[in-house]
Ligand binder design. Sequence first.
Ligand SMILES: [Zn+2]
Length: 424
Amino acid sequence: MNTLRLNSKGPEVELLQSTLLKLGFYTGIIDGIFGFKTYDATIRFQKEFGISTDGIVGNNTWNKLMPYINGYFNYQIKENDTLYSLSLEFNTTIEAIKMANKDLNEQNLQIGSEIIIPFSNIVQTNISYTTQILNLNINSLQVIYPFIKNGSIGNSVLYRPIKYLKFGNGPKEILYIGSTHANEWITTPLLMKFFEQLCKSYTNNTPIFGINPNILFNEVSLYIVPMLNPDGVDLVTGYLDENSRAYNNARQIASNFPELSFPNSWKSNIEGIDLNLQFPAGWEQAREIKYAQGFDKPAPRDFVGYGPLTAPEAVHLYNFTLNHNFSLMLTYHTQGRVIFYQYQNYTPDESQSIANTFSKVSGYTVQNEPENSSFAGFKDWFIFYYKRPGFTIEAGLGQNPLPISQFASIYNENIGILISALIQ
Ligand SMILES: [Zn+2]
């Protein structure tokens, strides 16, 4: 974490503000600008937690904030502690404590031994969702939900790991993808929050959208790749250093397209290749269409690249898919509350009725893809290659990047899709 002080700016300030807000020290808006209200809240936090009240958020302050960012404490057992008393003290459940501490003997808690106490939700849904937040959240989820798996499908252009998470041990493999397009990054916290809710339901054995999570766990292996385009997301969210070579290179690319605002219009990977135009399913047609529209070189959006599967992020997703046996996939975008389910005449018969189910639970409209954007997407290739159901879900409404204030409504609209895709 970087040291933050008065006048600092950016997504880490948003994280600071949201954490101080959660704790009741901050009452301002989350704007990523370290002004006097943030300064004042920091001082009060430091005073309360017994560290020097300098108003500067360095290692000491970050360390004290970290449990509230991560959603769990490392706690030393005291005399007379029971799981029940701890669950009351930390406003959590006995099941959550037991899940996070696999070898714990609850009849015989050892005084002085350290346990993990999960006490709050993890995934932030009110701030810019950078790779830093993603990595923090994945690490915390792995600690308190040890039954999940996480890893990387490969690295981005800037060597950021493209992470995946897995829930369940069932034979039916399902794949969800978020943030293929950089300025559609709200799809990352959408998938992450859903994943967290799924883990929480499984732990507490409570239904999720009316479905028993134990059944899901045993029947399905859900893989999510919540941020396919980590470099692009960091560019749009302001986490990529503006003085870095990569940032300046992107700005140079964007300068050829002055009608597209920078960095807010950026969809591509950091080298200006649109990752949803990289797959070997009508790539030549996509090139023809996009070149004719003027996207004939690296661009903030719509440049197909110099060949299919030339951007590392697309290559890794392609290989990851080939190494699994996904029976269905969803890829999340944000372009106006629509569901796409077709690729030319390769669409399997069952896709339309599944799309209708998604429409029913979300209120989104099932549509035929416009001809000029119906080639070379990941969903297109998946349908073409496997003849299995694949869907593009366009969540939310408005100009990208959608404001994070839309999160709650987007989540509520999509929870039904995210669950029903698992039980098709
Ligand atoms: Zn998109």
